[in-house]
Design a protein. Structure first.
Length: 121
């Protein structure tokens, strides 16, 4: 059994009501239950919002927004290229920043990845 040293007790009317512990500690003791709580797929926000993880990839790893979205969504270049009706080589050039995205191509790529075009602008 793990020693719970990083727990937080929440009190109501002076009595302990809840205990909060780090997820990693919970997962260590209850791996099956923890697996059920993990998100099954990346979250795609509505509108033109971009998830923090995607922004982080573009800044910290100097990725293009196109590549950051693709990696965040867990898709391969081949999968996205096929859905968008372009070659994998063309997608690779677009992701590297070698070629500029045309509006029509941006729309195809956004649809192929399941995001809206404003999120790829």
């Amino acid at each position: 059994m793990i020693e719970l040293t990083r727990i937080q007790t929440i009190y109501q009317s002076g009595m302990p009501a809840f205990v909060v512990l780090p997820f990693i500690d919970f997962a260590r003791e209850h791996p099956k239950e923890a697996e059920l709580l993990k998100p099954k797929s990346p979250r795609i926000p509505d509108g033109d919002y971009i998830p923090n993880e995607v922004v982080g990839l573009t800044i910290k790893q100097d990725m293009t927004l196109l590549r950051a979205w693709r990696e965040y969504l867990g898709q391969t270049q081949a999968e996205v290229a096929e859905k968008a009706g372009i070659t994998q080589a063309a997608l690779s050039q677009m992701e590297s920043g070698e070629s500029k995205l045309r509006k029509a191509t941006r729309i195809k790529l956004a649809e192929a990845m399941g995001i809206n075009r404003e999120q790829l602008a």
